[in-house]
Write a protein that binds this ligand. Sequence first.
Ligand SMILES: [Zn+2]
Length: 489
Amino acid sequence: MPELAFDCVIRGGRVATAVDDFVADVAIKDGVIAAIGRNLGQGAAELDAKDRLLLPGGVDAHAHIEQLSAAGIVNSDTFESATVSAAHGGTTTVICFAAQHRGMNLQTVVGDYLALAKKGAVIDYTFHMIIADPTEVTLKEHVPALVSQGHSTLKVFMTYDLLNVGDEKLLDILLAARQSRALVCVHAENHGMVSWMGKRLVEKGYTAPKYHTISHPRGCEAEAFNRLIAFAELIDQPIMIFHVSTAEGVAVIRQARGRGLKVFAETCPQYLFMTAKDLDKPGVEGAKWMCSPPPRTEADQEAIWQGLALGDLQVISSDHAPYAFDATGKLMAGHTPTFKQIANGLPGIEARLPLLFDAMVAKGRLGLHKFVELTATAPAKIYNLHPRKGSIAIGADADIVIWDAKRQVTLADNLMHDGARYTPYAGRTVTGWPTTVLRRGEVIVRDGKLAAKPGSGTWLPRAGGAPAAPHGRLTADADPVRNFGAKLI
Ligand SMILES: [Zn+2]
């Protein structure tokens, strides 16, 4: 028998990318897309996609997986459970964290997370390195070495007692990133405000989960964004602002981008589909909706949609951070904890694409191309995974989701595959659902059933690329031509 031209051909689907929309066959050879056209030759495997969309696999650029928190709790997922959950939701690439804590050797930390992912992941992965202990050795030796090995984003916290690095160290980290050409992602909230409000609320007996939303007063976001942007401008270092939650935060980003600064920004489904009222439940039930920053108001949701429409925000990630609603997770401090004793974070790696497809395509907000852009193409570009990931194109990895645009699904706790065993979106009906998911040409979910082996995902080394490159425009204070010759950057 003559050898067939292709390993797999997906027939007659409606291919949708961030720019195109057409009906075609997509042929796969050796894990990559080999041809897109009409009446392509036979494949060893054939998949029928008539009346279905073909979307690039989702790229989730912010997920906490098997991660140790500063408080010493490991979240509810292993790499296997989180990535199986991602795959069921149509996501084929994840950027998760290698989380340094104080006193830890960053190189050891990265090696440990790589080993965990190698064992369990069913989708492809790459890491942001959390810098919580920016010692001289970390910044001068380990960061440059690790960036050159393919770990090209750093993540920094401006809040949390055990994670926030403080203003001067943040400047050191931005400079180290500039010298290695890494992008810096930031959890930006004013630490003093969060800490002060938390103490004051608890002292006065306001301890229910809903007070968590008050403890991160909305002003703490815009304040930290402004400070961070001033720092990034001084160092001439590109930044990504994580999980934008307020209208004022969007405005600060718009203004900075309007001045030509290299500021990228992300939001998450919880800031588009939830409000602070979701935490107002009897007893500690509201803990299931607790994340940081907290969900805000409907007016903030509108401002964030507007920021996405205008391009001020470029990426929608899950910020998947699952804690089970029991003594292993949310209720670690017992059944009557104060909100300060409850782990922050929501599961969301699986629901991200269905929730957004429902809002953006089925209900029409911003449309199909923008949906693909915000959930796959733009994150792949900003994190320098494109053109390998994030689109359907010849030569790209064959990460393809066969998507039923008409299927209606009511989200429920037992529908999700992650370790949290609940979803904050239970009861919500969405239109549009992934049916079959391919990762590098291999079917990993078929008609809603898992078909992948743990460890079949692969690590994606990446350089910082153009998004991480500094402008080369120094402020007057940092520019030797204008600062009396002082070479600082
Ligand atoms: Zn996060």
